[in-house]
Design a binder for this molecule. Structure first.
Ligand code: PGA
Length: 254
């Protein structure tokens, strides 16, 4: 039984006061049912948010991480620094990092290797663009991202791995994948993991869906066999909306 995992990706949003207030509300509202919850604020707000969530059920994640441990890498943040401020998770290869900032699969792979070696839990994002879906290339694109992102790592290395399937065309657009479209790709991801890392490994890996998840569509998405939670952007910035999504995941997980 995989416990659903709902993570809020706050991206470059909220002020410190807003981030702390949102974290406080979430920490004060334990979920019903079985669901894990995390928030991923901007780097500069990790510490105040960590202090706010304390030992509550809410976990802390970063939106990115660099693969080097220390040194002359201006502007970057290491796994050790994230662990030091209380992070448990790091998002890696988000579509905005790949397509806006220009991160390669090789960089994603280096970040993944550093993350698992440090004990941080990676949330590896994969997903196709609209034109790739239209061209019938969704599975090929996602498999390619998985293969390159996870290259050189074993099932043991990846015991803490979470995958987020986020079709690029659904992120921040209000255009969600249908539950069937999500399930089809999640099923393919799990099969690919089974072929490459073994069936037992594939069975326990959590695969989140991301891309315009809202309180209105969360329950239908979570009801899919291979959808184990959500990576939520816009809807995670409003406490009431995010709590409803957490609730839908908790009900699906019980
Ligand atoms: P969205 O973002 O929920 O605003 O579409 C999801 C994400 O980018 O993780």
């Amino acid at each position: 039984m995989r416990i659903p995992f709902v993570a809020g990706n706050w991206k470059m949003n909220l002020t410190r006061t807003e981030a702390v207030a949102l974290a406080k509300k979430l920490a004060e509202t334990p979920p019903t049912g079985s669901v894990e919850v995390a928030v991923c604020p901007a780097f500069v707000y990790l510490l105040p948010v960590a202090q706010t969530i304390g030992n509550s059920h809410v976990r802390l994640g970063a939106q990115d991480v660099y693969f080097q441990a220390k040194g002359a890498f201006t502007g970057e943040i290491s796994c050790g620094m994230l662990l030091d401020v209380g992070c448990e998770y790091a998002i890696i290869g988000h579509s905005e990092r790949r397509h806006v900032i220009g991160e390669s699969d090789e960089l994603v792979n280096a970040k993944l290797k550093a993350t698992v070696a440090s004990g941080l839990k990676p949330i590896l994002c994969v997903g196709e663009k609209m034109e790739q879906r239209d061209a019938g290339k969704t599975k090929q694109v996602v498999k390619d991202q998985l293969q390159k992102g996870l290259a050189g790592l074993s099932a043991d290395d990846l015991s803490l791995l979470v995958i987020a399937y986020e079709p690029v065309w659904a992120i921040g657009t209000g255009r969600t994948a249908t539950p069937d479209q999500a399930q089809e790709v999640h099923d393919m991801i799990r099969s690919w993991l089974g072929e490459n890392f073994g069936k037992d490994f594939a069975r326990q890996v959590r695969i989140q869906y991301g891309g315009s998840v809202t309180a209105a569509n969360a329950a239908d998405l979570m009801a899919q066999k291979d959808v184990d939670g959500a990576l939520v952007g816009g809807a995670s910035l409003k406490a009431d909306e995010f709590l409803k999504i957490i609730d839908a995941a908790g009900r699906a997980g019980s």
